[in-house]
Design a protein around this ligand. Structure first.
Ligand SMILES: NC(=O)c1ccc[n+]([C@@H]2O[C@H](COP(=O)([O-])OP(=O)(O)OC[C@H]3O[C@@H](n4cnc5c(N)ncnc54)[C@H](O)[C@@H]3O)[C@@H](O)[C@H]2O)c1
Length: 252
């Protein structure tokens, strides 16, 4: 019970990596605030956790809106008194297009959901963590935060922004008991990434992507979530400002 009674806030926990992390943290005794724009997905995560004997509470939030992120923080503190761990994980892939064909609305949408949300999250979470004497923040970036990815300019820009914000905030609060890291997953089979979606873009693309990975397979959400648990645990007590690839060796 590594996270017994810890208050753990996870955005984008209504599906995929966020749901898997919520489930694993709950199994280790954490009290989870499941947040998502999708009420059905968020409620399903809460139901799954409760069925397994864990504790979770859903708060609907659109992370691209500052007022909603502020209210998510306030509601969490009202209900549970503190936020030990905040995971800014919600994200979207945007529409595939070459750079000049990328529409302004695609750019604005992806940047606000993936990047502004992380700024809004940390802007609200850090003052609360200072008040309570410390905490841990984990932001979900991507291997697209460490390297380029053709046809995905807004996504790549947003995920590089997440890495930059993580490093900056980590340096600002390292002495104040707040550790801030980013996780950089490779292709993981979730709502956001489905091999069949890749094949619709170009026949055989998913197989090509897979063959490009040293392990010749995509990640499972559990493999990403387990790394998230470690980064948020006391075992990672000297780790801050890191953008950790969980990528089966791709960035190597
Ligand atoms: N799946 C991958 O291959 C992969 C790889 C690298 C990074 N990531 C990142 O992991 C994170 C989780 O993605 P996933 O793969 O689990 O996808 P997913 O689609 O399964 O989950 C993302 C969740 O975010 C929620 N969400 C979307 N927009 C939102 C908004 N405006 N406000 C609140 N919630 C919103 C969705 O409803 C969904 O439940 C994302 O940040 C994504 O960019 C995913």
């Amino acid at each position: 019970m590594e996270f017994q009674d810890k208050i753990i806030l996870i955005t984008g926990a209504g599906s995929g990596i966020g749901r898997e992390a919520a489930t694993l943290f709950a199994a280790e005794g954490g009290k989870i605030v499941v947040s998502d724009i999708n009420e059905e997905g968020g409620t399903e995560t809460v139901n799954q956790i409760e069925k397994s004997g864990g504790q979770a509470h859903f708060i609907k939030t659109d992370v691209s809106k500052f007022e909603e992120v502020q209210s998510l923080t306030e509601l969490t503190v009202e209900k549970f008194g503190r936020i030990d761990i905040a995971i800014n994980n919600a994200g979207i892939s945007g529409l595939p297009a070459k750079t000049p064909d990328t529409t302004l609305s695609n750019w604005e949408n992806v940047m606000s959901v993936n990047a502004s949300s992380v700024f809004y999250g940390m802007k609200c979470q850090i003052p609360q963590m200072l008040k309570q004497g410390g905490g841990v923040i984990l932001n979900t970036s991507s291997i697209a935060g460490l390297r380029g990815l053709p046809n995905s300019l807004p996504y790549v820009a947003s995920k590089h922004a997440v890495v930059g914000m993580t490093k900056t905030a980590a340096m600002e609060y390292a002495k104040k008991g707040i550790r801030i890291n980013a996780i950089c997953p490779v292709f993981t089979v979730t709502g956001l990434f489905k091999p069949e979606m890749m094949d619709q873009i170009s026949a055989g693309l998913s197989e090509k992507l897979k063959q490009n990975l040293p392990m010749k397979r995509f990640a499972e959400p559990t493999e990403i979530a387990n790394a998230m648990l470690w980064l948020c645990s006391d075992k990672a007590s000297f780790v801050t400002g890191m953008a950790m690839p969980v990528d089966g060796g791709l960035t190597a």
